[in-house]
Design a protein around this ligand. Structure first.
Ligand SMILES: C[S@@+](CC[C@H](N)C(=O)[O-])C[C@H]1O[C@@H](n2cnc3c(N)ncnc32)[C@H](O)[C@@H]1O
Length: 247
């Protein structure tokens, strides 16, 4: 039986495709190359829950994930008191991960759970100027409540900063800010920094040229505080803002 050149090419193509598939499945299941040493050690010592292990495998931005984790671990180690909060929750992806990293803290969630408002969008430029009220509107308070069903979660549905007073007596150890727009980010930085525990951290997502509103809000706020702003190397360039420890 003779094999034609065409058949050989076909076999080679199928073999290459199979190899690629195998490689893809292998990296999905076992690839550990983005895992920092401290995480591997914590895994080995059984300090990471199965749920968090699964979440890490699926999370697309490993560096963002590990920045969250390192901060949560530092807060535990340094016994920094306070709740967690997130401004800009959408379907609850990052809130869920932060809660898996430390489920012993109350966690305040601020979002309209209906997308952006016209009032906030009006003054935007960059990527946010292409947004309208339908972006991030495919969520709801009820679906997020079902997904984030621990009693530790405290929901503040509605327009921020008006909802901030619902948590006015709270102290925060970690605040994740991911609202995409200038006005809520500016208001959030001012409000959350005031209520941040010494040693606490605010992590703001999207500090990059696609989001001039975020850059403006962070830069303006940076002028008003003594601590430096720390830029991060995650995919969308977050920044961290710390409240200095009392000396
Ligand atoms: C990029 S999404 C948040 C993504 C989320 N952190 C995640 O893990 O998928 C931005 C969210 O900010 C919310 N948001 C923006 N401005 C707001 C405001 N002024 N008040 C309340 N929520 C706001 C939007 O409703 C939207 O759900």
């Amino acid at each position: 039986m003779s094999i034609s050149l065409f058949q050989i090419v076909q076999y080679v193509l199928v073999a290459v495709l199979l190899l690629y598939l195998l490689y893809y499945v292998y990296t999905l299941l076992f690839d550990k190359k983005y895992q920092p040493r401290a995480w591997k050690e914590a895994l080995k010592n059984g300090r990471i829950s199965n749920e968090l292990t699964k979440a890490e495998r699926k999370y697309p931005d490993k560096i963002r994930f590990f920045h969250f984790w390192f901060q949560v671990e530092r807060l535990k180690r340094n016994k920094v008191e306070g709740a967690f909060a997130e401004l800009g929750v959408y379907k609850g992806d990052s809130a869920r991960i932060l809660h898996l990293m430390d489920s012993s803290r109350d966690f305040h969630l601020f979002d309209t759970f209906e997308g952006f408002t016209e009032k906030d969008l009006e003054s935007e430029s960059g990527k946010a100027a292409t947004y309208n009220r339908h972006n991030f509107a495919d969520t709801s308070l009820e679906t997020v409540k079902q997904r984030l069903n621990s009693p530790r979660f405290i929901f503040h549905p509605g327009h921020f900063p008006e909802t901030a007073e619902e948590a006015e007596n709270e102290r925060f150890a970690l605040v994740s800010m991911d609202a995409d727009l200038y006005l809520p980010t500016k208001a959030g930085l001012e409000l959350f920094y005031q209520r941040l525990s010494p040693g606490g951290v605010i992590i703001v997502h999207d500090y990059n040229p696609d989001w001039p509103g975020i850059v403006k809000a962070v830069d303006e706020f940076a002028e008003t505080i003594p601590e430096p702003i720390v830029p991060l190397a995650d995919l969308d360039n977050s920044v961290m803002i710390f409240k200095a420890k009392a000396v």
